[in-house]
Structures are given as C-alpha cells and as structure tokens.
Design a binder for this molecule. Structure first.
Ligand SMILES: [Zn+2]
Length: 71
C-alpha cells in the first residue's frame, strides 16, 4: 500500500512538472505564439512546438485570440 501511495505521488509530480514546462506553438514569421489547442496553432503549418520561454527569447508575443489562454 505504501508503494502504491508513493507511486501516486510520483505521478502527480510528473504532471505538475509537465505543466511547468509549458509548450507553445510558435510562428517564426509573425513571432506570435499560441497555446497548443489554439485555433490558429492547429491551422499554422510553419509553426513549431517549443517551450514558452524559448518563444519569448525569440521575441515571441502571445496570441490575441480570445480562446487562447496565454498571457
Ligand atoms: Zn492563438
């Protein structure tokens, strides 16, 4: 039972770590980044998936789409 609980804790930690390293869909031309589920991101063919931090380092700006939950 103890093993099961520690496994459960590890799974939870992995989830929060994944949320911390946020991946966005970045358009190198417009330098706008979208959340992965954004309508524009799905349509964008030039876009690349990178970390949000990396997108900001490249001069990226968040998408203005209302459905996009980026800040
Ligand atoms: Zn977007």
């Amino acid at each position: 039972m103890k093993k099961f609980i520690s496994l459960l804790i590890m799974v939870c930690l992995n989830f929060s770590l994944a949320a911390f390293a946020e991946t966005v869909v970045f358009n190198p031309d417009s330098k706008i980044y979208h959340s992965i589920n954004c309508y524009h991101a799905v349509k964008c063919k030039k876009c690349i998936k990178i970390e949000k931090k990396e997108a900001q380092n490249r001069g990226g700006r968040p998408c203005k789409n209302a459905g996009d939950k980026l800040e």
